[in-house]
Design a protein around this ligand. Structure first.
Ligand SMILES: O=C(O)CCC(=O)C(=O)O
Length: 205
């Protein structure tokens, strides 16, 4: 057992499954002790109910969320302005480990809490201008397994479903957000909660 502070959460490096012609790397077991990390984050993150505007009316989004980022890095996402919350110690540590492992400069994370299978996320690509044209996004799943649906940009037909287990990591490579859209569909019978963390790098304006 290593006591190395640099690997408090990440499991030893492993080879990913490469999908979508190289646009997506999938690490099924990226976190050790994912249950502990899930419980800690459930408690530690100041979860908020966000809303979106549809035809002039505001509607609650079907999940809780929190935008955590370096100071001043606010984000416009799904028509909503997200104000940066300061890093919690756990997420600061996890970000440092991911930056080191993947040689990145991640400066923000969108945290989503799917309370049960009624919570979901609709089709979209993370292609906001703040991410630049070559966005690289690391997406971590903790808790209940959920399906990650994929379709090609500009098509309405679903191309596939990837089951994301507890402790898994997706490395969405530059170009994926331009070529693919993704969604987390409802699963009405599912009672367990899931946390998803999408670590991003917001570019200076
Ligand atoms: O929950 C997920 O796996 C997807 C999250 C997502 O698409 C996003 O945060 O933009």
């Amino acid at each position: 057992m290593t006591n190395n502070r640099a690997s408090a959460w990440l499991a030893p490096a492993s080879r990913p499954q490469t999908l979508l012609d190289g646009d997506l790397d999938f690490y099924p077991h990226a976190i050790h002790q994912p249950e502990r990390l899930f419980r800690q984050l459930l408690d530690e993150i100041p979860w908020q109910q966000g809303s979106i505007s549809l035809y002039g009316k505001r509607h609650p989004i079907p999940r809780l969320q929190c935008w955590m980022a370096d100071p001043g890095l606010d984000y416009r996402y799904s028509g909503e302005n997200l104000t940066a919350t300061a890093w919690t110690s756990t997420l600061a540590q996890l970000r440092a480990e991911l930056n080191q492992r993947f040689d990145l400069r991640l400066n923000s994370v969108l945290c989503n809490l799917y309370r049960d299978g009624n919570d979901s996320m609709g089709w979209h690509a993370d292609n906001e201008p703040e991410l630049g044209p070559r966005a690289r996004i690391l997406s971590l799943t903790l808790g209940s397994e959920r399906d990650f649906a994929l379709r090609r940009s500009g098509e309405s037909r679903q191309a596939g479903l990837l089951a994301l287990p507890d402790g898994s990591l997706l490395d969405m490579k530059p170009g994926m957000q331009q070529r693919w859209q993704h969604a987390v569909p409802k699963r009405k019978r599912l009672t367990g909660a899931r946390i998803n963390l999408t670590f991003r790098c917001i570019l200076p304006v």
